[in-house]
Design a binder for this molecule. Structure first.
Ligand code: HEM
Length: 272
């Protein structure tokens, strides 16, 4: 074995030592496998990443949004200037605002594609109907977050887009007028509107989004991805059997530290 090969195998051994040590004490490896491994149908597996892509983009929005708050000021006399500062003076300001803007756009596209994939694969059928409903709530939340975010720039684009949006909303039967008045904080778009949109964009809806994402992922884990059960039940059974045998063999070979809880207790009790 060459030197590079030796170094590499030593590195592998060392990292295995560390992960085994942690696994023995915290069960972290098993936990990661439990949370990360999800069988997907063999055919078109890539299309099942659209939900994760959506989740990734939302995480990016949280991260860059928090960073924008380091400089953004949500008042009518400072909002535009604070963004001007972010774009021209602040370190990485252009990059961070650019990511927040583009990731918001890709996010809407990703949600649409994810929804279409679920629709065309029949992933919304029993017992997953409730996850579709949770998805619709997530979609509405994300759309309103995007809409309220646009107003925060307080430039001509954002301002007039908000006016148009409010006008459209005000035509909704029965509740339209009241809802729009509440959102605007009065009869016209002004300082109160910016404060409310800021509160909604930064606090209210992100806080509402998080638990619904949690429910979405919980239900997903409960039922598994639609389609995987047809192709994977047998393959998974085989895999588990192989893992079980491998674990057994390793146990037989090893005379080092045993890694099962049962052995531990036996050691301590002095039996065996
Ligand atoms: C915040 C937005 C959303 C996030 C982060 C998200 C995330 C995910 C993830 C990670 C999955 C797992 C596998 C996959 O990608 O197919 C999934 C599945 C699913 N999503 Fe979403 N999703 C969102 C929005 C939606 C929307 C708008 C709908 C529909 C209205 C929806 C309905 C579903 C359903 C029914 C499943 C189960 C599909 C199956 O088992 O094949 N989701 N979602």
């Amino acid at each position: 074995m060459g030197m590079i090969g030796r170094v590499r195998s030593q590195a592998v051994d060392a990292s295995k030592l560390v992960t085994d040590w942690m696994e023995h004490r915290t069960g972290i490896v098993t936990m990661m496998e439990h949370f990360l491994f999800e069988p997907v149908p063999k055919r078109g597996a890539w299309i099942y990443t659209l939900g994760s892509l959506t989740l990734g983009l939302i995480s990016l929005q949280f991260l860059t949004g928090i960073l924008l708050l380091f400089y953004y000021v949500p008042t009518t006399d400072h909002a535009w200037n604070s963004i001007y500062y972010i774009m021209n003076e602040a370190y990485f300001g252009t990059l961070i605002r650019g990511i927040h803007y583009w990731s918001a756009n890709f996010l809407l596209a990703a949600i649409g594609l994810h929804m279409a994939q679920v629709f065309f694969s029949g992933g919304y059928k029993a017992p997953r109907e409730l996850n579709w409903v949770v998805g619709v709530i997530l979609l509405l939340l994300v759309v309103v977050i995007a809409f309220t975010g646009y107003a925060l720039r307080w430039d001509q684009d954002g301002f007039w887009a908000t006016v148009v949006g409010m006008k459209i909303g005000s035509y909704s039967p029965f509740v339209g007028g009241q809802t729009i008045r509440f959102l605007m904080g009065g009869d016209t778009i002004g300082p109160a509107t910016l404060s409310r949109f800021f509160a909604i964009h930064v606090w209210l809806l992100p806080a509402a989004l998080a638990p619904f994402i949690g429910i979405h992922l919980y239900l997903l884990r409960r039922h598994g991805v639609f389609g995987s059960e047809f192709e994977y039940t047998e393959r998974l059974a085989k895999l588990h059997e192989r893992q079980r045998l491998e674990r057994f063999e390793r146990y037989e070979e090893e005379d080092g530290e045993p890694n099962t809880g049962r052995r531990d207790r036996a050691d301590r009790d002095g039996s065996e």
